[in-house]
Design a protein around this ligand. Structure first.
Ligand code: PLP
Length: 347
């Protein structure tokens, strides 16, 4: 077996959903956009539906259509990008709920799908998606007359609890939705952790389900085991990998493993310093030299015997560790995980 194996612990995802659900009095939805952050939306959403999730969020209509096929009837599937041109048939066919982001989208919704479920996304300061306060003030009465299912907004800085933006957005969202009887939603994973005033009626965790920060109490979800192809000794003065970025000062045993940046193991993770690591049974094994497209070279001098596989992600080392080494965030590490792995679902 020469492919690396990515194991996704569905039980851990369900446990993380339950843990986030227990933190609030609100309904806990689940964000499964981008194929559940790369982990497989159909499998993940079915698991969460069994755990009790009744409401899901995707980014695109196409994702919603695929998710409806996987889930069948009986769940709400909300689409963050709203009602895009040409999507009416797909939205109706898959019984999706677009989160309407603009006047243009609202008119499109009312013209092409009168009476069909929709929600409203408001911009409370992030300036990415949603209606601005003035736009909402002008449309509010007509929008509310058509019975929206949800009114939502999104926090820009919820991973930084002390950031003043959190309170500013909370006040903006509260002002814009004052006196509205429709269920409200403001918080993703970070917002859940900010406290009850951020919870409203529906929460929308994504990354916390998948074991990433800022939900530091999450159970780890992904394990990545990479086969060793060959080993060799390098002697003082010899170099390893492209660009000769690492040079041996003593004799070192190197294992070459079968995954690289084509598998989403970001090239920025490898460098001359050996800070990014694999693991084997509690032993930390530094990556030496550059990450190649399909290969990584690892210092296995600390092991008596070289095992068949080395572990990059697991219980003791998670997506946020990799993210730190690559100068990015857990979200990007997860969504980068490539299509070439043998994927296993556990739990
Ligand atoms: C991605 C996303 C979420 C989920 O965010 P996490 O930080 O992964 O919990 C929630 N709401 C919106 C609008 C999003 O784009």
């Amino acid at each position: 077996m020469s492919k690396a194996t990515l194991t996704i612990d569905l039980q851990a995802i369900a446990d993380n959903w339950r843990a986030l659900d227990r933190m609030t009095k609100a309904e806990t939805a689940a964000v499964v956009k981008a194929d559940s952050y790369g982990l497989g939306a159909a499998r993940v959403a079915k698991t969460l539906a069994e755990a009790g999730a009744r409401q899901f969020f995707v980014a695109l209509t196409e994702e919603g259509v695929a998710l409806r096929q996987a889930l069948g009837e009986g769940t709400v599937i909300n689409v963050f990008s709203g009602h895009m041109p040409g999507d009416a048939e797909a939205i109706a066919g898959a019984a999706l709920t677009p989160m309407i982001n603009s006047t243009e989208q609202l008119l499109r919704q009312f013209e092409t799908l009168p009476g069909h479920a929709f929600g409203i996304q408001l911009d409370s300061g992030m300036n990415r998606l949603g209606m601005e306060p003035a736009e909402w003030a002008a449309l509010r009465d007509i929008a509310l007359s058509q019975n929206p299912r949800l009114i939502m907004s999104h926090l820009a800085c919820s991973d930084a609890p002390d950031h003043e933006m959190n309170d500013a957005q909370l006040r903006s969202f509260s002002d814009m939705t004052q006196g509205v009887e429709v269920p409200r939603s403001l918080s993703a994973t970070g917002g859940i952790l900010l406290g009850p005033e951020y919870h409203f009626d529906v929460t929308r965790p994504g990354i916390g389900l998948y074991g990433g920060r800022p939900f530091t109490d999450a159970r780890p979800v992904v394990t990545l085991d990479v086969p060793v192809i060959q080993t060799r000794s390098v002697t003082p003065g010899e170099t390893v990998g492209y660009g000769n970025t690492w040079r041996a000062e003593s004799t070192v045993k190197i294992a070459t493993v079968a995954a690289g940046y084509a598998d989403g193991l970001l090239r920025a993770m490898g460098n001359a310093t050996g800070t990014a690591c694999f693991q084997h049974e509690g032993v930390t094994l530094p990556i030496l030299g550059r990450v190649s497209m399909d290969l990584i070279t690892v210092d296995v001098s600390a092991l008596e015997e070289v095992p068949a596989t080395l572990q990059l992600l697991g219980q003791s080392q998670g997506v946020d560790d990799l993210a730190e080494w690559a100068g990015t965030i857990g979200y990007e590490v997860l969504t980068s995980l490539g299509a070439r792995y043998a994927r296993n679902y556990a739990g």
